[in-house]
Design a protein around this ligand. Structure first.
Ligand code: 3PG
Length: 306
């Protein structure tokens, strides 16, 4: 079988070597399309492949139409909002993700940005410490759990909200469950967002929630830009010069926010939460193994379009 790794934002070379070993070691062929700049390159590359590994690369119905032999797409990562699941399902194509494989990397970056925010964007003026404050984690999935683990090391009190996670799971992590979203924002100086972008969550965090945050609040977004109501965020920042918003998912109104609130916002130039050698190895090799396992005995444990 022919396996294509198509990554506009490439994996570390050592991760690609690992993927190659798994794919070729199991008798399949590996093809690479890295750092492509035009969707036409991707469309041309999928024509004769049986399996596809992507990151945040867009897998649209049009792309799938060009991939007549494609049987399985694995998103090497957690969020699969970049893949048209309905289109894949309609064409009988399996879609999988690799949950948990890059979550520590994302959680560590959340703290990198949080510390930058409480130290006044490293301006050298007197900032504040994390110890003794509280953090609210919005969604207690794999990234949220890593954030909780690291938060405890900083001496933070940890609260979390996740309607899909039983309280007991949070309590086992030493985390206080919160069931009211407004309470999460009102009672935590720091809030870290870890919800996926879905029809339900898009634009769900806006003025009403953000303006509830306590004095000197910091909102951290390593999830998806789409979950933020950007005009509501701008309004909250303009009314509350003590609030900060730091994100690894650059909003569409980034330039406007950077110009109006230069000391209150920070955005990474390109999404880099999962951009570590370790996360690339973990997610890339997991994706390769899942493909090999599917072709070997039909294993679809990680399928997300069932
Ligand atoms: C994910 O959903 O796994 C993260 O957002 C990482 O995305 P990336 O592979 O594009 O860095």
């Amino acid at each position: 079988m022919k396996v294509l790794v198509a990554t506009e934002k490439p994996f570390a070379a050592i991760a690609v070597e690992g993927i190659r070993k798994v794919v070729e070691g199991n008798g399949h062929e590996l093809v690479l399309l890295e750092k492509y700049t035009a969707v036409e390159e991707l469309t041309a590359a999928v024509g004769d492949v049986d399996a596809l590994i992507v990151r945040s690369d867009k897998v649209t119905a049009t792309l799938l139409d060009a991939a007549s032999k494609l049987k399985i797409v694995v998103r090497a990562g957690a969020g699969y909002d970049n893949i048209d699941l309905d289109a894949a399902t309609a064409r009988g194509i399996i879609v999988e993700n690799t949950p948990g494989q890059n979550s520590n990397a994302v959680a560590e970056l959340a703290f990198g940005m949080l510390i930058m925010a409480v130290r006044n964007m490293y301006a050298g003026t007197s900032g504040s410490e994390l110890q003794g404050k509280s953090i609210g984690i919005q969604a207690f999935g794999q990234v949220g759990r890593n954030v909780a683990r690291i938060a405890k090391g900083f001496g933070l009190t940890v609260n979390a909200l996740d309607p899909y996670c039983p309280d007991q799971v949070m309590e086992d992590f030493g985390v206080q469950p919160i069931h009211d979203l407004q309470k999460l924002y009102r009672e935590n100086k720091f809030v870290s967002i870890h919800i996926p972008a879905t029809a339900e969550t898009r634009g769900s965090i806006g003025y009403e929630l953000i303006s509830l945050m306590p004095k000197d609040g910091v909102l951290i977004n390593t999830a998806r830009k789409e979950v933020i109501d950007e005009s509501g965020l701008a309004q909250a920042l303009s009314e509350r010069s003590d609030l900060k918003y730091v994100a690894d998912v650059r909003p569409d109104n980034a330039e406007e926010l950077l110009e109006k609130f230069p000391t209150q916002v920070f955005f990474t130039p390109k999404k880099m939460g999962a951009q570590t050698t370790e996360a690339n190895i973990n997610a890339g090799i997991a994706a390769a193994r899942q493909i090999v396992s599917y072709f070997l005995d039909g294993d679809t444990r990680f399928q997300v379009n069932k």
